[in-house]
Design a protein around this ligand. Sequence first.
Ligand SMILES: *[C@@H]1O[C@H](CO)[C@@H](O)[C@H](O)[C@H]1NC(C)=O
Ligand SMILES: *[C@@H]1O[C@H](CO)[C@@H](O)[C@H](O)[C@H]1NC(C)=O
Ligand SMILES: *[C@@H]1O[C@H](CO)[C@@H](O)[C@H](O)[C@H]1NC(C)=O
Ligand SMILES: *[C@@H]1O[C@H](CO)[C@@H](O)[C@H](O)[C@H]1NC(C)=O
Ligand SMILES: *[C@@H]1O[C@H](CO)[C@@H](O)[C@H](O)[C@H]1NC(C)=O
Length: 448
Amino acid sequence: MATKAIAIWALALNYTSLSTPVLDIATKSIYNWAGCAIGGYDQAAPVAALAAVTPFLGSQGNSTIFGNGMLVDAQTAALINGVASHADDYDDTHRDNPIHPSGPVLSALFAVAEWKAPVLGEDFVTAFIAGVEAECKLGVSVYPAHYELGWHITSTVGSIGAAVAVGKLLGLNTTQMQQAISIASVQVTGMHDSFGTDTKPFHVGRASQNGMMAALLAQAGLSGALNGLEADKGWTHVVSTQENLKAEVDTLGKTWEISLNTFKPYPCDRIIHAAIDGWIQLRAQALEKGLNIADIIRVGARTNPMVLFLTDKPNITTGVEGKFSVYHVAAVALLYGEATPTQFTDEVVRNATVAALREKVTVVNDETVTEHEASVTVEFADGTKLEYHVEHALGSFENPLDDKFLKTKFIEQVTRSIGQAKAEKAFSAYIGIANATDVGALGRSYRT
Ligand SMILES: *[C@@H]1O[C@H](CO)[C@@H](O)[C@H](O)[C@H]1NC(C)=O
Ligand SMILES: *[C@@H]1O[C@H](CO)[C@@H](O)[C@H](O)[C@H]1NC(C)=O
Ligand SMILES: *[C@@H]1O[C@H](CO)[C@@H](O)[C@H](O)[C@H]1NC(C)=O
Ligand SMILES: *[C@@H]1O[C@H](CO)[C@@H](O)[C@H](O)[C@H]1NC(C)=O
Ligand SMILES: *[C@@H]1O[C@H](CO)[C@@H](O)[C@H](O)[C@H]1NC(C)=O
């Protein structure tokens, strides 16, 4: 009874049992998410999502849209913040599979924390961790088969993580929590076909909203299965050809999935981060040797097959597509020496110099290369050939972003909408979230 085991474990989890390292990475996950939700509102997807639901907004709402400061109902806030938090593809990733754990869970949880204010920081953080553990155990148990079928695992498991977190905050009992998980499990959202379009971040917003709705429905007495995950025609069997759920659930509280969370240094698919590191290094080497980037005749990479599986997009016209193009990231890393949100605008994607360099890139699959590794090359007209091997991409589990990088990332994302002084205050507030007496106040205090 995996569904019941998850429900019982999640409801029993309490703050005092959480170790310092677990709390530390939970806090990082929370402020990294907030930076992405505020900064990501610049993108087209959240703005379009808000425009679509605007005719239905009532005047009464207590939940903040982080990037624009509007107060809306909790369901709408979960949707829009979820979309915004993933719009830059700059959030977080589990070490062992491509789940971005925080987006679906926190977008729902912050909206509920404002609606049900005051929510204590301790309760919020504990509910968040419960949601992340639930979604990641489920994700790990069906990876890679589920993912290879084409499901966007962040959203397909994210609605369940959101249901568990919100259900815990709402004080559901075990039966209701089993039902909440089962109701969330039937709302399977998100396929790879959306990658490189605004529909990808929509998956995250919808998963968040669906999870919240599942918890609310269970609380309101909508009946549902008690074993939605493991039933013969339930989630694990319908959306995957392989699963290991019982064994994974047995590790709840022993292996902490949140401690395997990692944070992105570049706002694009993390599978191309190792190659980006390498090309940034090669640019620096080239400049040091007095070589001219304009004289590059060939760019190469040997990478894990997942790179071409996910990012083999040579012909692109939008910034969002650029986030899923190994050719685009090669061009910007070499031309600009960085890959920040600035390099993923429509303008840069359409720039003729960038487009010409994209065409010189060839990527080769190599089964022996890990997902966080890459070997890259650049050849110049004078015959010079430079090579670089990246063993562990920046931001991978083995080479994590340090506190300073994470803080700078947050400040840069947030400063654009609330100014630097307020961004610094927001950072301090998020660092202390576990001691907050009203978590909802964080959203309200640091909106635009
Ligand atoms: C918003 O908060 C106010 C003040 O606490 C409360 O009266 C109102 O009912 C809340 N609105 C919603 C939709 O929960
Ligand atoms: C859970 O709550 C529902 C609704 O209040 C109640 O009917 C049910 O008996 C409770 N179940 C348990 C196991 O406490
Ligand atoms: C990319 O576009 C060019 C020019 O429109 C075209 O010749 C080429 O076949 C396209 N390549 C792919 C892989 O679609
Ligand atoms: C295109 O990008 C290059 C390299 O960054 C830059 O020098 C050039 O000015 C850009 N062209 C246009 C038209 O913006
Ligand atoms: C919460 O407050 C306690 C006691 O003042 C302090 O030791 C702890 O570091 C604080 N935690 C956070 C996350 O700020």
